[in-house]
Ligand binder design. Structure first.
Ligand SMILES: [Zn+2]
Length: 305
């Protein structure tokens, strides 16, 4: 996959007012900061190349959401975007429901743009070194994160993955051709309750929801035994499926390569969009906001095969 340099996602200069939007929904006061146009990596409707959204800076309403302990990571992103998005595709003043229906890649990219608008391009991040436990402080440049838009021929509802080892059923047939759809906010919401307690199970549950076809395994069997089938796969095949959903999918590349300033060890960490608004906060290991949208697992972000 080619990675196009990030050239700024806005189709117009930042700060360009887009004018008042009609049809203000209840609870969203008129006025407030102007919006900027942002190109979406995928767009609300499959195959709609060049879809855009309009977002504006965060206000106190959204800041309060960051401190709401009742909001899980997926719901937090949905509410933050519902408060800051003036338009998504053709949908003016999208509510939480419309934001949940968006692809995860679009949600994360939009939230990144809201963060840049609100707090700027520099993010003070602290990473714990896995080798020596030192706290590594890095200033991330959010305007330099690589951005990949859906290719014109790409179909977010039919991502083909070929497994190396595959899954062998009782008849001895080995299934290696998998078709996935890219995850949406509603999928994140579905697994949000056990992301913190069991991230591997959450990653598998999210993946299973996104399986459109698994070789010639009947869908009834997938429904009943899908999680077991995923657990039967080799680590390399599990990583292939996770990569197709996340790192190789369209969107902003949030995987960062870090070098420990103390011991020189190199490691990778995923920038977490829900941490974008808390400057320099070090994430507690047991934080219930440990992952914004996709569960970090042994076969998920950062894993190699
Ligand atoms: Zn170290």
């Amino acid at each position: 996959m080619s990675t196009a340099p990030f050239t700024g996602s806005t189709g117009v200069p930042p700060g360009t007012p887009t004018g008042a939007s009609p049809g203000v929904s209840p609870g969203v006061p008129r006025g407030g900061p102007p919006g900027v146009v942002v190109r979406l990596p995928i767009g609300p409707d499959s195959g709609e190349a060049g879809a855009t959204a309009v977002v504006r800076k965060m206000r106190g309403h959204e800041e309060a959401l960051l401190h709401d302990p009742d909001l899980g990571p997926a719901a937090l992103v949905s509410h933050l975007l519902a408060g800051t998005a003036l338009r998504i595709g053709e949908c003016e003043r999208p509510g939480v429901e419309a934001v949940e229906a968006m692809y995860s890649a679009d949600r994360n990219h939009l939230l990144l743009q809201v963060r840049r608008l609100t707090l700027g391009d520099r993010l003070a991040a602290v990473y714990a070194c896995p080798a020596c436990a030192a706290r590594v402080r890095v200033i991330e440049r959010l305007d330099e994160l690589p951005f990949v838009a859906l290719e014109e021929t790409g179909d977010p509802e039919a991502v083909e993955v070929t497994l190396e080892d595959g899954w062998t059923d009782r008849e001895g047939t080995t299934h290696t051709e998998v078709v996935l759809r890219l995850p949406r906010g509603s999928d994140e919401q579905f697994v949000t309750t056990f992301v913190a307690s069991d991230p591997v199970a959450a990653a598998d549950a999210l993946l299973l929801r996104c399986v459109v076809r698994f070789g010639s395994v009947p869908s009834s069997e997938l429904d009943a035994f899908g999680l077991r089938i995923l657990r039967d796969l080799t680590l390399g095949d599990r990583a292939r499926l996770q990569r197709a959903l996340h790192e190789d999918a369209p969107g902003t590349r949030m995987l960062r390569g870090i070098e420990c300033t103390d011991c020189g060890a190199r490691f990778e960490r995923q920038l977490d969009v829900t941490d974008f608004f808390v400057a320099g906060r070090e994430k507690a290991p047991d934080s219930n906001r440990r992952s914004s949208t996709w569960p970090g697992t042994s076969t998920g972000a950062g894993a190699t095969s």
